[in-house]
Design a protein around this ligand. Sequence first.
Ligand code: ADP
Length: 325
Amino acid sequence: MNETILAGLLDSLEDGVAAFDLDGHTLCCNAAACRLLHMNADSLHHIFDLPQPVRMFFRDVRSGDSTTVELDHQAVRLQYHDITKDGLRVGAVLTLTDIGEQDRVERIRREFTANVSHELKTPLTSISGYAEMIENGMAKDADIKAFAERIRRESNRMLALVSDIITLSELEERGIREQEETVDLYAIAQETVETLKSAAMVRGVTVRLSGGPTYMQANPVLMDELVYNLLDNAIRYNRDNGTVYVRVSDGILTVRDTGIGIAKADRDRIFERFYRVDKSRSKATGGTGLGLAIVKHICERCHAQITLESALGIGTEITVTFPQA
Ligand code: ADP
């Protein structure tokens, strides 16, 4: 294989790779290895030049051995392998993996699984409890309708949660962005206002839409999801008889409400999965705690910028600025 191609290939790897001959001279060192070792390729001539914890690993090492060391406060897993030719050892290869990043991803995954399990268990326990009372004849005839209503409400909560989880996992998959077409953001806002009309009416909230047609290349399902989540929140976290102002113009979507507002300390955190300022209010209004995480994901996908201004007791304004075509 051509040397340039080989170097390009090695540099495209996320893991570090460095190879040495039998005398310990460096044969190659890819970009990730330099980064993890905090060295320049030019300064790594020999195994002796390696940082001390890595040098120590090379003592009495056997092919296949691995260890974890700390390099400049970063946990790195080292693995050693012999390079052989015709059964003879001709050199050594060292691979380096940043396990700090792996740990972080693993922690997020664990937290997400724990949260999802918890969020599903609560409505399921309630559904099972009501069904059991009906089954055992413990529910009076007069209660059955109310119990059925609760079972339906809890099932809807689970459905909303599962559908948000599916959206999030789809967003994490590449490819969904490829289903782009010309969409009119204003028309999407109009439809969303219509969809949420009854939810707004129940709270006496007035929704005002202004602006005009704004065409862009985007995935229509994602745009629906984005506008829906922002508008839904602006209604649910509004005060009774409040107002929501939605404006779409020149590639900018603004959703402003006259609701409870968001304290400074919570403003970054509300975009995290399952973070809610007031858990009982979120749940009572059918929230899943995933809406803004989805919004954030969609914005990243579209290279759109999202900003938030809020004042407690006065209201919140969220602005999404899409890149110019
Ligand atoms: P949820 O399903 O709980 O509404 P979101 O991810 O959509 O989840 O929002 C996260 C949290 O951010 C909400 O629980 C709520 O505390 C807060 N929040 C979101 N939008 C607003 C808003 N317009 N006004 C006040 N608080 C909001």
